[in-house]
Design a protein around this ligand. Sequence first.
Ligand SMILES: [Zn+2]
Ligand SMILES: [Zn+2]
Length: 818
Amino acid sequence: MSSERRYDPKAVEPKWQAVWERERTWEVSNDEGGGAQSYYVAEMLPYPSGEPHMGHLKNYAVGDAVAHFQRRIGRRVLHPIGYDAFGLPAENHAIKSGEHPRDSTAQSIAAFHREFRSWGVSFDWSRELATHEPTYYRWTQWIFLKLYERGLAYRAEAAVNWCPKDATVLANEQVIDGRCERCGTPVEARQLEQWFFRITDYADRLLDDLETVEWPQHVVAMQRNWIGRSEGAEVTFTSPELGVDYPVFTTRPDTLFGATFFVMAPEHPDVMRLAEGTEHEEEVRAYVNHALTESHEDRGDAEREKTGVPLGRTVVNPVNGERITMWVADYVLMEYGTGAIMAVPGHDQRDFEFATKFGLPIRRVIEGGEELPYTGDGPLVNSDPRFDGIPNREALERIVDWLDDQGRGHRSINYRLRDWLLSRQRYWGCPIPIVHCDRCGLVPVPEEQLPVMLPEIRDYTPKGRSPLAAAEEWLNVACPSCGGAARRETDTMDTFVDSSWYFLRYCDARNHDAAWDPAVLARWMPVHQYIGGVEHAILHLMYARFFVKALTDMGLLDVQEPFLRLFTQGMITRDGAKMSKSKGNVISPVGYVERYGADTARCYILFIGPPDQDADWSDEGVEGVHRFLARLWRLGTDISEQRDAPGPALGPLDPPEGDDLELMRKAHWAIDKVTNDMAGRFAFNTAIAAVMELVNECYRRRDAVAPATLRFATATAASLIFPFAPHCGAEVYEALTGERVWEQPWPDADPALLERDTVELVVQVNGKLRDRVQAPASASREELETLARTPRLAAHVDGRELVKVVVVPGRLVNFVVR
Ligand SMILES: [Zn+2]
Ligand SMILES: [Zn+2]
């Protein structure tokens, strides 16, 4: 009768969303927060552009499952949401449409907000923020000033990547294959005054403290590699023609006597100056221009054929006074060391390939190996009588000491990490709170005058200078220091600045007098569980870590690392391909939520595979998950209507046996499985599969068990599915118990019901079933084999040669015979 009724998420989901909204169920107050009971879970905040996509659904489905689980094991959970609202897409849209970025951003935020609510995500909405709001960026500017005061923000001329189409500076990471990440235009090099954060001051701590966080190994490795710490020496070579010193960083000063040529990166500012007036000038110019359009990845590829051009100049090797030729070659990167290297072809693979190709001298200076290049250790040869015969590692120290004495070199540590270039010549970003005064120089805007509001302008089109320069009334101000005529800084900040501290603001989002109250932060920080895409493994995470360390050093905070645990979710693909607008294979969550409900969409996206792996979307899979939730709902509805047999929620009164015992065991097995999957590696897919098994078992035994047993098992399924399908879980649980599932503690598995005394063992001969025996659950492999040698087995193996016995404990024993 009642099973004819349909599971209708359109009725169930809004009902519970209204309850949570009305009662502000997921809000936590700062007064009660803190101590061991607090738990902070945050997903990386979304960039509001258009509407949320499947990646967002997965991100928040993961985060919400964690939040619900932690609440029910007794934690006070902070689970906030915000929007990373400044940035290029809104501005580019404004250029095309004339629509103010604030308006298109507001529409997007409204769409995200609406969808997040329709997914039933348990955010603390009272802390919702957007980084483009003056109430937020006021404090972004305040942090900038704090960093400036401490010498961690500075202005310097630098060669920058310039996108001629977007007319803006790009960070190195925004240059893909020599082209602008956004528009694909080949990137040019330009010298400009820019703002930087001195993140390199923190290189060692950023590296060392990776030991203290629980992050995926590949993310830690990417961060280490990005910091790129190596120990060695800086050695000065001199150009006699120009009288200029060229320091190089080398990890192998022991091979200095084998340096037979010298190579500069194409970006090295002196390359053209050196080539000028030589016969190679034109060739060098053409080579440099071409090299700049190539990606660093390609250039760093060891397999690539080496290319280069001579500069027509020489430098002097400080250890032996030899004049060696200078070259420009794209395998040398400006970002590494000093942008120039001494080439030691006898003991370095790349230098060897280069020397071979261009017929340059190759000299052995370390004994060992049959052939050159030899990169191992050994005594020095062909170097200098003072060093020859000495093991190279020892000679290395002596050579550096000698260079140091001569003032020609010193010990040095090199990092691949560069300072963070934060200036953007764009409109839609946080204004930099600095005034330029001809008399006083750079003058910080006084704190009480913050925020420096983003001015209104009519034309967003980039013109090679910041669009803010067009806002004349805004631009011209009195100098805060001398009162004379001065101009505001017109660059805006990289949006990575906004997202480097939002997790701090979440803790105290409604504080009007300060960015945060340190006492409040102490209650919540660090973030216990951070969740986001692996594409942020380097920049965002590195920048946020730098901010937290710098703020802690200033006494504004008291944590060394922002994110204790990190989870990086895999992508959702379609037919094996990444979803993208250009491929036309994008599927958005809206349609699925509309058709199947949010619970199905959320459950499915966690069910398709381990959430840290990529997974392929399948419509059949969605149907399957929907059927499962419908079955659970129907079972709950059926049972709740059997008012003639009301039973206690928490289980039968008599010790169960038979079918009752089996169903109870299944329920406790599911509790145990889901608990372990939630607490450990976030194996949500197997957790959901366990609840599916439990529901199947409920159907299988529903007519054979006591009503109370069925009620208990079904309520358990509802309770366990709640973190993944909160509406359906709440609905079924309430129908069966009259209680709100989120107010109930997470269920405990009864160890007595997890232990099985005996298991049924399948006895096979050559993979064919021949017998079954009951065996103690704790039996050893040997005991299982002995038990499996039953009379029936004998008929199949006697007289044949036993090749081997395969024992799968708890399952089977297979006798392989010939
Ligand atoms: Zn561009
Ligand atoms: Zn002044």
